[in-house]
Design a protein around this ligand. Structure first.
Ligand code: IP8
Length: 264
């Protein structure tokens, strides 16, 4: 029987101001904390993206390219620290709303190989969930068995954990209404794709461009590509606009929300 585990990914463009380095979107963070608390959903894992914390620093030091020279080492630490700062801000707000949020650094239990998750100790997460904690993870700068280090996106973590922990669904809260037939930020007449099944995947991927923002991990296309394996496994993915009040609450409760549903 499937567990009822839900993995909620909060995009960096939702919880930070992507155009201003190291700037959180406090109002949105508080609203989301309240919605998640009100939904009272367990078991739940929350993963957040880098936004204007991780991405500009990772880009500055070319962390996603792996180790090239010693000048990047400081940047690797700095990228991780920027993410920890954003994570602790979230945790503080989650606690304020009564959520038993528990920070777990991906770099402390995951190593990648050429940027893809290699070793991952899921016991920590399983035990935390058994205690009723809500693990809060994030896209991180991680050590890599081939290339020294890498940037591991929250999207990759969400998809891999969904398979390893046999999750029922992944909810991705982003800053647009879902997957559209063209970039909704550039094209106001972009149409929302409400349902995607595995057989539509290739065609739809051809329509979606990379995101315009400073993402070192691939924007919307990267997101869909990461989700594919989890969907193949049987996890349902729902991509929604987390900037719209009550969307995350409704999604957690299993109520109807405008967005893109991806199913096998
Ligand atoms: O925003 C990337 O995570 P994402 C995190 O989920 C860093 O792609 C460190 C840039």
């Amino acid at each position: 029987m499937k567990s009822k585990l839900t993995i909620l990914k909060l995009g960096g463009s939702v919880i930070t101001r992507k155009d201003k380095p190291l700037t959180p979107n406090i109002q949105v963070i508080k609203r989301l904390a309240e919605e998640i608390s009100r939904a009272d959903f367990h078991p739940l894992i929350i993963i957040h993206g880098g936004g204007s914390y991780g991405h500009p620093v990772a880009k500055k030091y070319r962390i996603a390219d792996g180790f090239k020279d010693g000048s990047q080492i400081f940047g690797f630490s700095e990228t991780h620290e920027a993410m920890m700062r954003l994570n602790s801000l979230l945790i503080r707000n989650f606690l304020e709303y009564g959520l038993p949020a528990f920070s777990i650094s991906p770099s402390s239990f995951i190593m990648t190989r050429k940027g893809r998750i290699g070793t991952l100790n899921e016991e920590i997460l399983k035990t935390a969930l058994e205690f009723g904690l809500i693990p809060v993870l994030y896209g991180d700068a991680v050590l890599d068995a081939e290339q020294g280090f890498a940037i591991l996106s929250g999207d990759q973590i969400a998809a891999v954990l969904a398979i390893k922990l046999d999750a029922e669904r992944i909810i991705m809260g982003i800053d647009v209404n879902g997957v559209c037939d063209s970039d909704p930020k550039r094209n106001p007449s972009a149409r929302l794709i409400e349902e995607i099944s595995l057989k539509d995947f290739e065609r739809i991927m051809g329509q979606i461009g990379g995101s315009q923002s400073l993402d070192v991990t691939g924007g919307m296309l990267g997101k869909i590509l990461e989700l594919k394996a989890a969907v193949e496994y049987g996890v349902e993915a729902l991509i929604i606009n987390a900037l719209l009040p009550d969307n995350v609450y409704r999604a957690l409760k299993g109520e109807d929300v405008v967005g893109t549903r991806i199913r096998r």
